[in-house]
Design a protein around this ligand. Sequence first.
Ligand code: ADP
Ligand code: MG
Length: 483
Amino acid sequence: LWAGMLEQLKKVLPKPIYETWFVSSLIPTSYENDVLVLAAAQKFVCNFVNKNYADQLNEAAEAVTGRPTTVKLEDMNAPAAEPAKPAETDDLYKDTLFSDEDLPKAPPKKKAEPEPKAVMVKEANESISPPPEEPTTEDNLIPNYTFDNFIVGNSNRIAYSIAASVAEAPAKKYNPLYIYGGSGLGKTHLMHAIGHQILKNFPHMRLRCITSEDFVNDFIQAIQDKNTENFRQQYRNIDVLLVDDIQFLGQGDKDSSKEEFFHTFNKLYQGQKQMVFTSDRPPLDIKSLEDRLRSRFQSGTVTGIEPPDLETRTAILRTWAQKEKINIDKDAINYIAANVSDNIRDLYGAYNNVLSMASIEKNDVTLSLTQRALKYLVAEKEEKKYITIDEITSSVCRFYSVNYNELMGKKRTKNIALARQVAMYLCRELTGNTYPHIGTAFSGRDHTTVMHACEKITKMMNDSDTFKEMIERLKEKILDVDK
Ligand code: ADP
Ligand code: MG
């Protein structure tokens, strides 16, 4: 049955999706009473397939069996399920997760020299300063770069899951692991988090965390000191090797260090030691890399991190503020999230500038303070209109001729209930706030109420073009305020 279904799916799905999410990640485990159960290697595979391809799966099953068939997905790691994992799942994520278009093609830039925090405070309203240089521990791991401090969103969820698996079982799956993505998206953070977690889980393991430049410099130094033996001991006699920004390896005339790296790699690989690499681009795009090294990287797991979406940016800012117990107006958070979109490093810079200004002015973090603090990076005409929940609710009130108290209240007359649900839906669409957050703004309603409202309005829009047009008009009106 499954083989037949795969034939069907192959016809309707894009090849990379078909191969990554179906062929190598799902295994049929039972078929009884018209219910087919498929096991997935990991929970997020279940979620992803369920969310996006449930219909295709059911259709494929029906096409093969000729009867209505339900397809269920199961996480094979769930407590009750079989713990054994088939070998094929190892190359689950091989090289197909993101297309090359998702990546910046620019040549690698050296990082600007970080400035100390004190300077940043003084210049808060003039320029964005990179985060201060992070201190490291003995093993070169930056203390703050832990899984605990890594906020997971759609843009980094897969990379995070794989990184977490590596830390739980080094060199078992996903080896070598290659993480790529644009600057400031969290590659270094994630790699250090793996390091911390491995040392926590396996304190006896010897771990080395370096940048590719460190490797080259160490090697050159070793040659000068005529001490390559010692160098080799240090790099080959370990259990875990983490190398950041591998794209710098082999740039320019560094043949001997490339060669050395290749041997280091092979030695560790043969010894079944975990290796993790990061880069600003996928292996294929590192021109300076020799083919043999490139294919070594590709033989492992390659995964990407994408720029954070609005919802993730909002969640990250909120988490930072909560962690530091800083009270930031929700509009201020939403303003930063709407206007700083490229990467998490810039988001952190903006966040710090806002806090600096608040501390200089001994003021609360309000929307207007935030707007002033971020003037340097948000050109006035390009300023992203950040829509507040209040703006949405007052537009909806006008549109449906209900008053604010009615909208927030408990009455369920048809018109009021509809207006309320439309308002919740628009809040979700236009502010990137989470369901619980919107629920709170609507007199402390439960997040399931908001979810239900969003689902209902979405369905009504799908069912009726007139209704859909009306909502679109209302949306435009709201977005047009103040223009
Ligand atoms: P990259 O190595 O990809 O250029 P970094 O790992 O140096 O990026 O991340 C840049 C900054 O953003 C760091 O301060 C890091 O802690 C922070 N950061 C990145 N991703 C996250 C995340 N998902 N959650 C919390 N902080 C993050
Ligand atoms: Mg980095």
